[in-house]
Design a protein around this ligand. Structure first.
Ligand code: NAP
Length: 353
């Protein structure tokens, strides 16, 4: 028998999660890797887990509805993971192949009843990876996975960018933001970017952004007034930043509402109320929510054709914040909620991941 280490949701946070007690590692389970029944499915070994801001939204009581299921207390958490197949009972996947998708955050998982239909779906379902540029497998939970897809899809229909337009991106040194900067520059946009430290400002400038400021030391509204107006606001933070962006829109602006991380650790009554929505009328602006999985059917093949190629060719740079070992999970999640991460936060379990 082999220990099957896993991450469980241990304590409901009020405000910022406690890095030591909210998510903990459990070593009490074991698994017989040679004989565990697969029920026609596969046995996988996890190599890397994605860490994402939406996980904070799942740390709520299960009876409170959200856009994605709450984590039940005491149970293994789930999220985007990359894994190697150890055994298979389906002709659709062979042992030795690598898969990406929504899985339990545990070292070994049996994924039963895989059928061809599920593999064909492009949202949350399992994908067999074709790593033709031989990139590190962990990239599939970052730039080549959900974070990269969010940046890529958001710059498609909703943004509808035209060369010469001005895009503003917040949280610009994070997993999604630093890719938005580069994809927007590649499409001929002027990019204004904000992030939370001078080190991040330098990094985002090095990725090609035209004007970058530290929102903790500069006045966001004044920066946007001086460098705008904004044709596209790719919103990752919400709150006062969104309000400042709305004040500085160009006519016919588009707002991609992708995330509101400034609000995730607040109670419902503490949420920041945007006071200037009426300006959307004056500027004939469009505001639309983006949920990454909605766009996979339309753009995932194009994404797989272009982003790995451009990354391998050095046309795209990837910033990663790697944490080794499951026991770093609580610290890593809090780091990204407070801005201590640079680029994509990944929990890596194998040296060669
Ligand atoms: N809709 C979707 O399908 C989808 C998919 C992926 C991500 N998202 C959303 O996109 C956003 C970014 O996600 P990510 O994975 O790229 O995370 P990330 O940027 O790697 O990490 C979050 C960053 O947010 C910034 N931040 C934290 N609190 C803030 C505050 N009060 N005001 C301004 N910035 C703050 C921090 O950077 P600073 O140092 O700059 O403060 C932190 O590094 C999140 O809101 C997430 O929920 C949405």
């Amino acid at each position: 028998m082999t220990t099957n280490q896993r991450i469980i949701f241990n304590e409901m946070p009020h405000g910022l999660p406690n890095p030591k007690t909210s998510l903990i590692v459990d070593n009490t389970l074991s698994i017989d890797l040679d004989n565990v029944p697969l029920e026609g499915g596969i046995l996988v070994k996890a190599l890397a887990f994605s860490l994402d801001p939406y996980m904070r939204n799942r740390m709520r009581p299960v009876d409170i509805q959200g856009d994605i299921d709450a984590f039940p207390l005491g149970e293994t958490i789930t999220g985007f993971s990359v894994a190697v197949v150890l055994r298979s009972e389906t002709p659709l996947i062979q042992a030795g192949q690598y898969v990406y998708g929504f899985m339990h955050y545990q070292r070994y998982s049996v994924i039963p009843s895989i059928d061809a239909n599920a593999l064909g779906m492009k949202g949350l379902s399992l994908q067999v990876l074709d790593n033709k540029y031989n990139l590190p497998w962990r990239y599939y939970v970052g730039i080549l996975g959900m974070s990269g897809q969010t940046a890529y899809y958001g710059l498609k229909d909703i943004s509808n960018p035209k060369p010469g337009e001005t895009l503003y991106i917040s949280a610009a040194c994070g997993a999604v933001g630093h890719l938005v900067v580069q994809l927007a520059k590649a499409q001929g946009l002027k990019v204004i970017a904000s992030c939370g430290s001078d080190q991040k400002v330098s990094l985002v400038k090095s990725l090609g952004a035209d004007h970058v400021f530290n929102y903790k030391t500069a006045d966001t509204a004044a920066e946007l007034k001086a460098h705008g107006p904004i044709d596209i606001y790719f919103d990752l933070v919400g709150g006062p930043t969104l309000e400042a962006a709305i004040n500085n829109l160009a006519c016919n602006a588009r707002l991609v509402i992708c995330g509101m991380i400034s609000q995730y650790n607040l109670g419902t009554n503490e949420a920041y109320g945007i006071r200037n929505l009426w300006l959307l009328n004056r500027y004939r602006a469009k505001m639309q929510g983006l949920v990454v999985i909605d766009w996979a059917d339309k753009y995932l093949d194009e994404f797989h054709d272009t982003v790995p190629r451009d990354l391998a060719a050095g046309k795209l740079k990837y910033l990663e914040h790697v944490y080794h070992g499951m026991d770093r999970v609580g610290e890593a999640l809090v780091d990204l909620l407070v801005g201590n991460n640079i680029g994509k936060s990944v929990l890596v379990l194998e040296d060669d991941a």
